[in-house]
Design a protein around this ligand. Sequence first.
Ligand code: IMP
Length: 421
Amino acid sequence: MTVTAVIGSQWGDEGKGKVVDYLAEHVDYVARFNGGNNAGHTVINEFGTFKIHLVPSGIFAKSAIGLIGGGVVIDPRVLIEEIEMLNKAGVGVDGRLWISPRSHLIMPYHKILDGLYEQAKGEGATGTTLRGIGPVFADKVSYNGIRWSDFTSDAFESRLKVQMELKNKIIIALDGQALKYNEVRDLYRSYYEKVKPYIQELFSLVQAGLKAGKNFLLEQAMGTFLDTDWGTYPFVTASTTIPSAASAGLGIPPRYITSVVGVTKAYTTRVGAGPLPSEIHDTSTEVYEQFAEVAATTGRIRRVGWLDLEIVRTAVLLSGVTELCLTKLDVLSGLKDIQVCVGYKLNGKDVTYVDVDSYGLDKVELVYKTIKGWKEDISKAKNFDDLPAEAKDYVKLIEEAVGVPVKWIGVGPEREATIRR
Ligand code: IMP
């Protein structure tokens, strides 16, 4: 039995979708345990190119059963569209995608409130994806949430009525447009009818799988430094993103997790506000051009920076990462020199990410190591030895600084563009 958690070691967008799709080939279960459709995973394989937000990225492995745990928050419209898209593309999710009745629903008022709160915060806004994530998790932990299981009794109507009265008051106070109870109720009832065939309590399924020694792949959404507790608070997301969340979000006891794959992009990116210590601010530079990306969920341009090994090292320690998957190494090809942040100093003293916390990150001085770049196109490399010496040095530098092996290296967006060591 293997229970492998795949986590991003930076601020999300490390390329976890591709890695999960690649690793899912020999697994029995692929599962999402946190976040919602704020996540955007790009997967390119024999079925086509997909941007998926809720269904586990490992669903393309025909033998795998997909699970969406109770720790995930669901926008039903997005889920329905995704299921339809995957079925149309021949992926066939019916009968092998199961959603926990414990998962909470993102309601229209959550999305409205997300926008109104951001507006009210002005300069201090988080830069959320506006998918309603903060408000739905706030409702979950303040006992105001609505779950799929509420549809099995009259709880849905009665809970919705109370929530809409409350939420409309807040919306109106913030100059927003109030919502109509009947419309929301009917819309969500129709969503429930469509999603119902996929809803099933996961507990016995998961327990039976663990007992039978099946292989699980647990797919984190977002990244380590967007974690509510360990991220750059308040510029974080509303769910726990480290692997311990998989236990709560799926009902898998922590002792069953056998390995943790840390997905690390060969440089750093971030969407939204908040500290990004190794950020490259000069947008006219060649390196900025090379690293610039468009976010899969919101279409926003991501902020970019050099690889920050203090960040990756912290993620490795925090999540018990056993091996790294380095992604997008090919993006660095052509750079004359490559900078890597190997540590932080504050007032001349070595400090860690955890020492300085979120606001101190703006004050730390970054210690960089410069290594020689390579000119060669590495996108066709199949083995580690096919890489230029400088690229190999880059990989070795990461391993030394972080203390775990780099087992896979991504050299292109397709599933096959992966070197296994
Ligand atoms: P929220 O999760 O939409 O509330 O946004 C909170 C912060 O997390 C913002 O900075 C978002 O840009 C960021 N964020 C949320 N989901 C992702 C993701 O999948 N990748 C990268 N950043 C994300």
